[in-house]
Ligand binder design. Structure first.
Ligand code: PGA
Length: 244
């Protein structure tokens, strides 16, 4: 299974700067590339980078109707989005999304044929308290409860330790290996056929640490924030993931 490298632009960009960035993204063989742009730029990205998968950074839990400001999964499909990030730690922390909301968003995405990239991860305080898998287990349980065992195998997971996001320093290889292995074991124990379920790592992935991260067992790709806004860096990370 090729690795998936997903860029998360967060709330950055503009028509002019996007043009330069998107034009510099060229497909790399042996890796699946994805760019998750802010909603207003979906159309621009859809037209400029048809060879790279397109995604969004959030989605409504509702299918349609009187939900001012919301964007449905079916709307994302209209722009050829094949993926959507749900439950990013910034949405959990700043916009008060709880585990149940994240689970319903994942279900809404799947129902419209969009693969949710469900983000899980602990804060530094939770890690220091030895609660990493308690926290991640609760995040995963909520999703499993809503999706069920069969659909759970069709999502992508992203392990993003909150303390490594935008921090300049990623989790260590041992920490990443430990959590990715524990997530696989968690899924297996609950009967999820996770053979093709990809677990991405996210949190300060850069060209300098990408190769080391991609060499870790059960790291099936990366969710890249800051470095996805620099064309050379994103391309270097994609090349590091190719044929691994
Ligand atoms: P970062 O962000 O690569 O800038 O640490 C990762 C993310 O938030 O998905």
């Amino acid at each position: 299974m090729d690795k998936l490298v997903a860029g998360n632009w967060k709330m950055n960009g503009g028509l002019a700067s996007n043009r330069l960035l998107l034009d510099a993204f060229t497909p790399v063989s042996g890796v699946d590339m994805l760019v998750c742009v802010p909603y207003p730029y979906l159309s621009q990205a859809q037209k400029r980078t048809p060879s790279i998968a397109l995604g969004a950074q959030d989605v409504s839990e509702f299918p349609a109707g009187a939900y001012t400001g919301e964007v449905s999964a079916a709307m994302l499909r209209d722009f050829d989005c094949t993926f959507v990030i749900v439950g990013h730690s910034e949405r959990r922390a700043l916009f008060h999304e709880d585990n149940a909301t994240v689970a319903r968003k994942a279900a809404a995405a799947l129902a419209a044929g969009v693969t949710p990239i469900v983000c899980v991860g602990e804060t530094l305080a939770e890690r220091d308290a030895g609660r990493v898998m308690d926290v991640i287990g609760a995040q995963l349980s909520a999703v499993l409860e809503v999706l069920g065992v069969a659909a759970m195998a069709r999502i992508v997971l992203a392990y993003e330790p909150v303390w490594a996001i935008g921090a300049g320093r990623s989790a260590s290889a041992e920490q990443v290996a430990g959590v990715h292995g524990a997530i696989r074991a968690w899924l297996a124990t609950r009967g999820v056929d996770a053979g093709t379920l990809r677990i991405l790592y996210g949190g300060s992935v850069k060209p300098q640490n990408a190769a080391e991260l991609f060499a870790i067992q059960h790291v099936d790709g990366a969710l890249v924030g800051g470095a996805s806004l620099v064309a050379d860096d994103f391309m270097a990370i994609c090349r590091a993931a190719a044929h691994r």
